[in-house]
Design a protein around this ligand. Sequence first.
Ligand code: KG4
Ligand code: ZN
Length: 371
Amino acid sequence: MKILGIESSADETGAAVVEDGQRMLSNVVSSSLDLHTAFGGIVPEIAARSHIESIIPVIDQALADAFGRQKTVDSRQHAQSTDYGLRSTQFDPWDQIDAIAVTNRPGLIGSLLVGVLTARTLAITKDKPLYGINHVLAHTLANFITDTPLPGYQLGPKPQFPALGLIVSGGHTQLMLYKSPKDYKILGQTKDDAVGEAFDKVAKLLGLPYPGGPSIAQAALQGNPTSVKLPKAKLENSYDFSFSGLKTAVLRAAQQMAGKDFTFPSTELPGVLTDGQKADLAASFQKTAVATLVETVVAAETEFKPKNVLLAGGVASNQALREGLRSTLKTPLLYPDIKLCTDNAAMIAAAAYYWQQTADNPYKLSVIPSL
Ligand code: KG4
Ligand code: ZN
């Protein structure tokens, strides 16, 4: 079964074709990230406009990468033949597609609408079943993509169950327990900021470029991770997370390092901190954020004894997190190729394969910005 996935919940426009939830035939992503950098975060209106511009070319490219370009038929040649051009030998990649899957929740409303309305229109005009997909939960399914003819991907082995899933991205931090790809429950989630959001906010406070995750990781390489003592939020008897206190603790530590009190505006900190202080703060923050995640996953590992731990989401590309989990867990850790950690449509197509039940109504499928 070949499913065309479509993703447009934030600043990435993605389309991909995945066969049987595991073999990725194409994966095209166009990002409007550069347009947002100057603003220090995603500007929803700019993101939506850029989805409108790129969504059809991105889908065309995903079909072309998977099946080759549509062959053009010379009508004069056909006029000579016995079928008078009526029986076309034209190859249509849409004939290869069995269903369309699209992110319809959660995300920026304008961005989601572009993907969902495109998918609905294609489902109607190409007569394909349509599946609306939860973007957050789909992140883990990137680990089920274990095979591809595409160059440049490092894919892991097939996940074994039961499995724990840690979804860490700009909008979500969730710990999941999977009995199978479609039989799962949420063990815990963040009570306030997502961990990626904390990386982004701390980076902004230190004057490091957006997106903050890679900037913090880069700056941390030059810093001392034990130089600043920061608190790890511990929520009793629960697998939930909290990252907003950590972010505030970094702000206070930064003000103190600069010799200022708590009234000193955070926007002026980048101008008074040295590069060395910024690197120490970045390294200490990253160490604490990683330790918070690792401790919670280890507690769940002890209770549920999984066969695999699956890491997913944009923050899953963080090397310190991968290393922290790998060195502490007894269970084998699986994570997707970096290109499948950040937002992509291949995970949406894979999720639809495992979760499909009744198809959604292409005249009615709505978007749900917040869950
Ligand atoms: O999954 P994703 O692409 O989009 C959402 O669904 O949110 O995740 C984006 C998040 C951003 O917060 C970004 O700062 C973070 O992932 N991120 C990282 C790294 N690369 C991206 N965080 C830490 N370390 C990284 N190397
Ligand atoms: Zn995401």
